[in-house]
Design a protein around this ligand. Structure first.
Ligand SMILES: NC(=O)c1ccc[n+]([C@@H]2O[C@H](COP(=O)([O-])OP(=O)(O)OC[C@H]3O[C@@H](n4cnc5c(N)ncnc54)[C@H](OP(=O)(O)O)[C@@H]3O)[C@@H](O)[C@H]2O)c1
Length: 250
């Protein structure tokens, strides 16, 4: 991310309709075509192998105005096929997939080096994992993993991209939180704790970042978006549940 920023520009055709003022035809509209040179917004999204990250990557990469260059990252590139299938037909220069594990700082730093534009305008910290079930069912390792991804993965990613944003005095950081980051949910305690922590982190950071014109936004996602998150969380509970555990009777 260091060095001189190269600015990628593109030509966008925009149509503007101006009413005639000559009194000729009341319904006549004059179509003025002009082109504006507009810089693409560079967006990096974590956790794009499924769910919300995948959906957002496809949405932005297929923007009809080609306003975004999307770096869709995922920890396991063997899962990229579905995403590739979804973006098929998108403009080739608006989309790229990169490997990035948010719990591995080396992987995060290596990703930064691969960004051709040498900058990220919008960082979307979406990667997250869930965990459901009575506390006694979870191993220490499983609970720690939730914090490693949801909290430290988010913090580590932001920490890596922040110097570039501060240097440019611009940037936007979007973080996937949850209703579980605002209120406790039964049998979702460890996950909620991790999202509460994310909320505290962001609230504190927002005060400092406003001095650098960097805008952190927390997205409160509600559990109605039943995608990978919930089924993965249930799957994980099953792995950690023994026959005599409280979960086995549910
Ligand atoms: N869906 C909901 O209802 C809901 C509600 C509230 C909040 N959220 C939040 O929204 C975000 C996305 O959720 P989702 O429903 O889209 O879940 P999802 O389909 O399970 O997607 C989660 C993504 O995070 C990735 N991920 C996990 N560990 C990672 C790591 N160490 N490094 C990089 N990526 C990693 C997963 O990759 P793998 O495929 O490799 O595991 C996957 O791509 C999460 O932060 C979640 O807490 C979702």
């Amino acid at each position: 991310m260091s060095g001189i920023t190269t600015v990628e520009t593109q030509t966008i055709q925009t149509s503007v309709f101006l009413p005639f003022n000559s009194g000729q035809s009341p319904i006549a509209l004059h179509r003025l075509r002009f082109t504006v040179q507009m810089e693409k917004r560079v967006v990096l999204i974590t956790g794009c192998s499924s769910g919300i990250g995948l959906g957002l990557a496809v949405l932005l990469a297929s923007d009809s105005g080609q306003r975004f260059k999307v770096y869709a990252t995922m920890r396991d590139l063997s899962k990229k096929e579905y995403l590739l299938e979804c973006v098929r037909g998108c403009h080739a220069d608006t989309f790229e997939i990169l490997q990035m594990d948010v719990t591995d700082q080396q992987s995060v730093l290596a990703t930064i080096e691969k960004i051709k534009e040498n900058r990220v305008d919008i960082l979307v910290c979406n990667a997250g994992i869930g965990l459901m079930g009575p506390l006694e069912c979870h191993t220490y390792y499983t609970m720690k993993k939730i914090f490693d991804v949801n909290l430290f993965g988010t913090i580590g990613t932001i920490q890596a991209f922040l110097p570039g944003m501060k240097q440019r005095r611009s940037g936007r950081i979007i973080i996937s939180s949850s209703v579980g980051g605002l209120q406790g949910v039964p049998f979702n305690d460890v996950y909620c704790a991790s999202k509460f922590a994310v909320e505290g982190f962001c609230e504190s950071m927002a005060i400092v970042l406003q001095h650098f014109d960097i805008q952190p936004n927390i997205l409160i996602l509600c559990a109605k978006l039943l995608c990978g998150m919930v089924s993965n969380a249930l799957e994980k509970s099953r792995y950690t549940t023994s026959n005599d555990s409280p979960l086995s009777s549910l």
